[in-house]
Each structure stands twice: as structure tokens, then as C-alpha cells.
Design a protein around this ligand. Structure first.
Ligand SMILES: Nc1ncnc2c1ncn2[C@@H]1O[C@H](COP(=O)(O)OP(=O)(O)OP(=O)(O)O)[C@@H](O)[C@H]1O
Ligand SMILES: [Mg+2]
Length: 252
């Protein structure tokens, strides 16, 4: 199952305070591909992820998941599609403060009504996720009792627990040391390569982007470049161009 947006435009606010966060972006996130999305702060990365995942709506253009045009779905259909097919790691984690670490991780399964015998079948996967993100000794803690990096790892495990077809991760390694970061990247890579998932990751880190199959570069709400078979060095080189004002950019 793939996700894509076609000629996506997202405008926030009205009149004088209007911000064009996405400016005619078309991009596909195919099954089995690990895509990194890069670009300066405010370039529209989170907006793209939210709209592609059906968490927010486009002003114009269309967003598709697995061949379904999200604008044709009502709220309930959208919720069900997201629950069944989409995993999301939010930039701000969005953990449920009243639930323990384990309850947060298994929340998508609970929402999908996967209890009893189904839960037994999921147990091994849950254990391996908990193991990879290194939270085995924190399962009964609440999010407020965790460090930022630990919360981030809970969010990653939660996004993957229901084995969604499409995984969106907004800076999933932003608060992690290099070892934890590498484990999370390995997990995302496994989800795309071995499980055939479509995985989309926002990152500011060239090393993280170097783990992806393809890198998309956004600037000012536009897709300005793509890179296949990226390496950290190539990505870093490309990012330096962002330090110069883009050619033809005009104040809005
Ligand atoms: N709810 C909102 N209302 C108004 N403007 C918004 C809203 N959300 C985002 N924006 C604006 O849209 C633009 C794109 O924001 P977005 O969050 O997508 O950027 P980003 O690339 O994810 O940046 P960062 O790297 O800082 O997370 C920014 O100019 C931002 O100020
Ligand atoms: Mg963002």
C-alpha cells in the first residue's frame, strides 16, 4: 500500500496572516520504500506528513492512501483507515499521559479491538519492539516519568505495533543518542525492506537520511529536489545549498 499527494496545497490562516505551507507538491511514498523528508524549519515537512496521513486536510489537491482519495472519506471512514493502515510518530510524541508505557505502546491494538487470542499472537512482536527501543525496564512508568528520548522511543513503538501499511515518523530520532537513533532507524528500515511497508521520515540529520532509499527536499512549501541512494555526505552537501536563499524566492 502506498501513500501519495497530488498537487497538494495547504494554506493556514486567512488574508494578511495567511501562510502557504504546501505549494503544489506532488509526491508518492510507495510500499517497500523508506523515504526521508528534509528541509529547513517551516518548509512544510510536518504539514505534508499530516495531510498525507489524513490527520489534516488539504486546501487544494488530493491525498491518497492505498488508492483511496482521503477527501472522499467521512470522519469515521478516515478514522478507520488510519487505525487499520497508518502509524504516526508525532514530532511532539503525543503520548497519553495517564497510560503507562506499555499501555501507550499497545493502544493502537486496543483501539482496533485486538485483545484475547489476537493479543497472544501480537505478544512476540510487542516484545521485540520493546526490546529494540530499549524500554523493557520502563513499561509501567508514565510518560511524564521518562526522558524526551525515551518518550520518543515509546512513540516509535506505538506507531509500529499494529504493523501499519504506511508509517509516518516526524523526526523520530531527533532526541536520541546515536546508538538509540541507529536502532530506531534500523527498525524503520526493517519495516520497509522486510515487511514491505511504506515508511516516511522527517529528519534534520544527514546521517539518518542516509539510511533512507530516497530523500525529498522541501523549501518554502515546495518540493525542490530528490535524491536516490543517499549517503550522509551527499545529503550534507545538498543541505548546504539551503543556507543560501533559493533562486527566485520572493517575500510573500
Ligand atoms: N496550525 C497552523 N496555523 C498556522 N500556520 C501553521 C500551522 N502549522 C504550521 N504552520 C506554518 O506552516 C509552515 C510549515 O510548517 P510545518 O510545521 O509544516 O514546518 P516543518 O517543515 O515541519 O518545520 P520544523 O522543521 O520546524 O518542524 C510554517 O510557516 C508554519 O508556521
Ligand atoms: Mg515539523
Amino acid at each position: 500500500m502506498s501513500a501519495r499527494v497530488e498537487d497538494a496545497v495547504k494554506i493556514y490562516g486567512i488574508a494578511a496572516t495567511q501562510v502557504r505551507a504546501l505549494d503544489h507538491v506532488s509526491v508518492e511514498f510507495p510500499a517497500g520504500r523508506f523515504t526521508a523528508v528534509m528541509g529547513p524549519s517551516g518548509s512544510g515537512k510536518s504539514t505534508l506528513m499530516h495531510c498525507a496521513a489524513g490527520l489534516d486536510t488539504l486546501t487544494a489537491g488530493s491525498a491518497w492512501i492505498g488508492g483511496r482519495d482521503l477527501s472522499t472519506l467521512n470522519d469515521r471512514q478516515l478514522t478507520l483507515l488510519r487505525r487499520a493502515s497508518v502509524g504516526f510518530v508525532f514530532q511532539a510524541f503525543n503520548l497519553v499521559p495517564t497510560l503507562t508505557v506499555l499501555e501507550n505502546i499497545t493502544l493502537p491494538l486496543d483501539l482496533a479491538g485486538r485483545g484475547g487470542r489476537e493479543r497472544e499472537a501480537d505478544r512476540e512482536w510487542i516484545d521485540s519492539l520493546v526490546d529494540v527501543v530499549g524500554l523493557g525496564d520502563r513499561l509501567r512508568h508514565r510518560p511524564s516519568e521518562l526522558s524526551g528520548g525515551q518518550q520518543q522511543r515509546v512513540a516509535v513503538a506505538r506507531a509500529l505495533v499494529a504493523r501499519p501499511e504506511v508509517v509516518f515518523a516526524d523526526e523520530p530520532t531527533g532526541n536520541l543518542d546515536s546508538r538509540s537513533g541507529a536502532e530506531v532507524l534500523g527498525l524503520l528500515r526493517t519495516a520497509s525492506q522486510e515487511l514491505g511497508r511504506s515508511v516516511v521520515m522527517v529528519t534534520h540529520d544527514p546521517v539518518a537520511a542516509g539510511h533512507a532509499d530516497e530523500v525529498l527536499f522541501l523549501a518554502d512549501g515546495r518540493l525542490v529536489d530528490t535524491m536516490s541512494a543517499p549517503t550522509a555526505a551527499l545529503v550534507l552537501e545538498r543541505m548546504k545549498a539551503f543556507d543560501r536563499p533559493p533562486v527566485g524566492s520572493a517575500a510573500r
